[in-house]
Design a protein around this ligand. Structure first.
Ligand code: NAD
Length: 424
């Protein structure tokens, strides 16, 4: 299904976003040179024994974009369409995402070209361990701290952590975040990205004087980010009328019973067939139409480059909350800007995940664990403050929220890089 998507280079898209903000800030060539391109790009070949005794070789990546403000931080994605270009873009966004929410970390990202659905848990475990072991010197609680992304979750983090701890002969949970609770994970991490999206939607609605009660919502992607955001917004009183995953899209004009659909997705690990279990659902023949549905709020929470110059003119939402990374191309951004659509950019909107990852890392280093309430309160404070800073910057510079978020973040990264200076 992803093969039909726009193949715009995600990294070029990311650099174009950077350039726009850098121009507003009148950064010098030297300043740009130090913070724009990735600092370290690693590609590895990963031979893994299959259950039938054969050996398959996978390609893995880790990109550390910038570490001026702290250790590299960012997830690892398992997907058949992973490319180095995509991983570089995702690492780039992590640098600026951490800076927008002002947590003391830099940007990194990893990926493996693999379709996890085609492998047994034992094969996946061997692949995970080989990935981590192959690049063990890159990782560490003060160096580079991976986390979950598409198709990786707490179990993968547990294998990463165990591989690292066995090599170092020490229990070192701070090397990854998004771990199971039993191994030093944080309460609230599973829902953190969605909670952050919802906090941003709440703040945006306040600014736009939009009533969330009864507001119509479409959510693309029903994984970690999409499904919990749908649940959260439903709880806030919104009417979720359209959702999709890679196996299908569903609509219900009266409002989807999101709790039931979430339970269905948990049980079946996909949405296909949900219309048989939940009779009020209608299957959308062309899933891409979800992005153009008649809604107040659109939450793209799947993959990059979903809203492009082709479909952007038909988008009807007033507010777009980017749950996914890079779901809008630069051309789509321009079109939506002209249509006065209020876009909460990814580096702000989905920063709740990395924020609670940071809180998990803090708890690991203290060896003291907080209540879910404390974690949520800290998340709310950090996200609300970041949203307000970005909004004020957008009003001050008369730019949209994406450029404003980059202005806030680039200033912080540039300042840290300058204070550190150049070593040798
Ligand atoms: P996930 O693997 O849990 O879910 C991805 C979902 O997208 C799945 O439901 C999948 O079926 C769906 N999908 C894939 N292709 C699709 C398509 N063509 N149309 C509709 N749905 C499609 O992944 P996730 O963790 O929820 O991540 C989703 C996005 O959010 C990614 O861009 C990721 O980088 C970003 N993100 C995730 C986190 C996090 O904490 N998990 C944090 C920040 C950003």
């Amino acid at each position: 299904m992803r093969g039909t998507f726009d193949r715009t280079s995600a990294f070029e898209n990311a650099l174009r976003q950077f350039d726009r903000a850098a121009r507003m800030l009148k950064l010098t060539r030297n300043q740009i040179a130090v913070i724009k391109e990735p600092r370290r790009v690693t590609e590895v070949q990963l031979p893994v024994q299959m259950d039938d005794g054969s050996i398959e070789v996978f390609t893995g990546y880790r990109v550390q974009h910038n570490v001026a403000r702290g250790p590299a931080k960012g997830g690892v994605r398992f997907h058949p369409d992973v490319t180095l270009d995509e991983v570089k873009a995702l690492a780039f966004w992590m640098t600026y995402k951490c800076a927008v929410v002002n947590i003391p970390m830099g940007g990194g990202k990893g990926g493996v070209i693999v379709d996890p659905k085609k492998h047994s848990p034992a094969e996946m475990e061997r692949l995970c361990r080989r990935y981590f072991a192959e690049m063990i010197d890159l990782f560490g609680g003060n160096r580079d701290i991976p986390a979950p992304d598409v198709n990786t979750g707490p179990q993968v983090m547990a294998w990463f952590m165990d591989t690292y701890s066995m090599h170092q002969q020490e229990f070192l949970p701070e090397v990854v975040t998004g771990k199971p609770l039993e191994l030093g994970g944080s309460l609230g991490r599973e829902t953190a990205t969605a909670d952050g999206v919802t906090i941003c939607v709440r703040e945006a609605a306040r600014h736009l004087r939009m009533d969330l009660g009864g507001a119509r919502v479409a959510v693309q992607g029903f994984g970690n980010v999409g499904s919990y955001t749908a649940l959260d917004l439903h709880r806030e009183g919104c009417k979720v009328v359209a959702v999709s995953d890679e196996t299908g899209a569903f609509v219900c004009e009266e409002g989807i019973d999101v709790g039931k659909l979430h339970a269905y997705a948990q049980r079946h690990r996909r949405l296909r067939g949900a219309e048989k279990a939940i009779r009020s659902l209608t299957v959308l023949e062309n899933p891409a139409k979800l992005l153009e549905w008649d809604v107040d709020i659109l939450v793209p929470a799947a993959l990059e480059n979903q809203v492009t110059k082709e479909n952007a003119p038909r988008v009807r939402a007033r507010l777009i909350a980017e749950g996914a990374n890079g779901p809008l191309t630069t051309e789509a951004d321009d079109i939506l800007d002209r249509k006065k659509v209020f876009v909460i950019p990814d580096i702000l909107c989905n920063a709740g995940g990395v924020t609670v990852s940071y809180l998990e890392w803090v708890q690991n280093r203290m060896g003291y664990y907080w209540s879910a309430r404390r974690v949520y309160e800290d998340l709310d404070e950090i996200m609300t403050s970041a949203f307000r800073t970005v909004l004020e910057t957008s009003l001050q510079y008369k730019v949209n929220l994406r450029i404003a978020a980059f202005i806030v973040a680039i200033k912080r990264v540039t300042r840290a890089a300058e204070l550190r200076g150049l070593y040798a």
